[in-house]
Each structure stands twice: as C-alpha cells, then as structure tokens.
Write a protein that binds this ligand. Sequence first.
Ligand code: FAD
Ligand code: DHB
Length: 390
Amino acid sequence: MRTQVAIIGAGPSGLLLSQLLHKAGVDCVVFERRSPEYVLSRIRAGVLEQGTVDMLEQAGVSERMRKEGLPHDGFTMAVGDTRLRIDLNGLTSGKNVMVYGQTEVTKDLMDAHEARSAQVIYEAENVTPHDFETDHPRVTYEKDGVSHEITCDFICGCDGYHGVSRTSVPKAAITEFEKVYPFGWLGILSYVKPVDHELIYANHPNGFALASMRSETLSRYYIQVPAGTDVNKWSDDAIWDELKIRLGAQAAANMETGPTIEKSIAPLRSFVSEPLRFGRMFLAGDAAHIVPPTGAKGLNLAASDIHYLSNGLIEFYGEKSSAGVDHYSQKALSRIWKAERFSWWMTSILHQFPDLGAFNARIQQSEMDYLASSHAAQVSLAENYVGLPF
Ligand code: FAD
Ligand code: DHB
C-alpha cells in the first residue's frame, strides 16, 4: 500500500488534518488503535476558539456546530471575594468563543470521513513509524492479526500524549519540558440545566470549580481534587454539595442537580516537546504538547498545529515548495508556548496549591484584584482566551 501522508491517531488532530488534506486533493490514510465508539466515548474539551471554528468551516464540517453550538461572549471568574465578568466580546472588538463538545467535533469529522469513504483504519494494532529520517518513510501495523506496511512521503504523529510517534524519536533528538501539578480535575456530565448562561471559573478555599455546559439541558462541571484521588470515592451527592460551596451562594441557589452520566478525573500537566519535525515525521496536538485544561486551550492548540501543518503539506504538493513544512515546527511552537504560558497563568490564579505559602496566596489574590481594576489586564486575558491569531 502507498499513500502521500500517513496519519497516526484519529482524534481531533488526525481527523481534521485528514479532512483538510483530502479537500486539497492530497491522499492520506489514518491509523487509529481504538474503535470509533471508544474514541467518541472520551469526554474532553468544550470551548472552541474563533480560529478553530473557522477551521471546521474550512474543513466543511461546521453545519451542526452552527446549529447546535452555543456562542459565548463572556465568562465569570470568582476568586476570594472578587467576582468578575470578562466581557470577551467587548474586550476583543467583537470576538467570542463557541461551546461545542470535542465529542461532537470528532463525530462531525468521523461522519465526513464516512461520507467520502475515507481510509481510516480503526483498531489498528502495533502501529509503528519507520525510516522517517530517510526519503522513504513507512508505517507498519496489524489488523485482525495480519501485518501490513504502507509507504508514504510523510508521517504525521497525531496520536496524543501516550502515542507511539514521539516515543519513536531517538531521545537525543528531542527535548521535553514538563510541569506536573499536584492536583487533577474531577469532571461530570449531567442532564440538568446549566447554572448560568455563561461559564463560571471559581477559586474557593476548598479548591477550583468550573461550571460549564454542552447544551441548554446538559451541564459539565469540574472540581479540583488532589492528584491520585479515586473517582469512586466521590458520590454524586458529594460532588454537587462541593460545587455549591465552591461556586458560591448565587450559583448554589440556581443549581439544578441530578444523576451524573459521566464521571472521571484528568491529571493536570504542562508539557512541550521540541522540535515538531524529525525528517519526514511531524508531531501535532497532544502528541507534542499538553496544557492544563484551565483556559480551554488543549483542543484549540491541536487545531492551530493542524492549520500550520496542513498548509505546509498542501503547499508542498501544490506549489512544490517545502517552505511551509520547513517552518512548521518553529511557527507552531511559537504559538504553543504562548498558550502554555496562558494556561499556566490561569491555573496558577484559579487553584489551591498545597504548598502555596502566605506570600504566594497574597500574590494570587492581587493578580485577581489587578485584573478587576485594569482594563489592560482584562484585554490581555480576553485576547488569549478567545485565541491568539494563527
Ligand atoms: P487525542 O485526542 O489524544 O487523540 C489521539 C488519538 O491517537 C486517540 O484517538 C488515540 O486513541 C490514538 N492513538 C494513541 N496511540 C496510538 C497508537 N499507538 N496507534 C494509533 N493510534 C493511537 N482540553 C480542553 O481544552 N478542555 C478540557 O476540558 C480537556 N479535558 C481533557 C481531559 C482528558 C482526560 C484529556 C486526556 C485531555 C483533555 N483536554 C482538554 C485536552 C484535549 O482533549 C486534547 O488537547 C485533544 O484531545 C487533543 O487532540 P489530539 O487529536 O491531538 O489527541
Ligand atoms: C470546559 C473545559 C475547560 O477546560 C474549560 O476551560 C472550559 C470548559 C468544558 O469541558 O466544558
């Protein structure tokens, strides 16, 4: 078998890349180790930047998002006694974000692939990139017990943090930067009315809490829990009680509670690997970087990587120029580090740190007081939240 671009991983990065390449007439095959049902069962991000929305439009998969997504033009931050609405729209001259779940984005991309009978090989085992330092890279895998090999021009590692692409690169060729936080987010989904029409991020002495949503009848909530917490130790009632405490009296009074349909804990980590190109293999999305979820940058950063990478590959085939692929790593990393900074900063003001100390606790409060009193500080927060330009 032969293709132009072999893509490892059918998460949002891999499927979006495949869709954009297909639209430009570039041939590709996607290899995914899980089943489509499993990929869709992972409940993750919920907030799309304008740039991500535009890319889904460009990829021809925006119809349902336009109908069912919820445009948001602000959100609330509550730290200590300070409660502040960030007017995203007013502070960024008219930009906003779209609340539309990662599951829905992935489903729309899967449906588009199915409609054009695209080559996505699910439940592919032992997918392995080879010879990417040469001009003849190839990918091997097994399907239903049979071994296969595909030769290609390029390999794109879109296989997430635990994928095989990054770990196939010799250690000496890659530099990794990492910060692990001593807590995680316990997230729930429940068919109840959202507590507010906008998101609320809160830092309470008991820890962080976030009130988010997927629709007008489906709510998504998170609470900070210590690293290593067993999710089964938290009953639904205990989670609702804690949300009421952390989100404050006003939210508690409006909060509808009910059974949870999903409950899981995600650890918090900042991580970047450099560079993003190794000969004829590229890394994109979570395969190359992780942000803590505060600020909702993970999925959006995957989309901006794919913007640079797809343009580079389309230019390579269309204009016979390697300029775009040559600059991919540098361009993407410049935006990645800015999103890492923003996510780290949002995390640092909105969480309770076990070793914070009196000095840092005052700094945390004064960050919030400054934000509340400074238009310039709010503009900076808003331009990062809606997404820096590609
Ligand atoms: P992934 O979504 O991880 O997709 C990678 C794909 O590659 C997967 O389908 C995987 O099965 C496949 N794969 C892995 N290894 C192999 C292999 N060896 N062979 C073949 N296929 C392979 N971001 C936010 O903005 N807000 C959130 O609330 C949020 N919550 C999150 C919760 C969790 C538990 C996690 C893990 C992430 C969360 N994120 C969140 C981050 C966001 O979901 C990711 O940034 C986004 O999924 C990145 O997309 P991706 O396609 O790069 O990687
Ligand atoms: C959601 C997740 C986030 O990380 C965030 O900052 C906002 C919303 C969500 O899942 O809805």
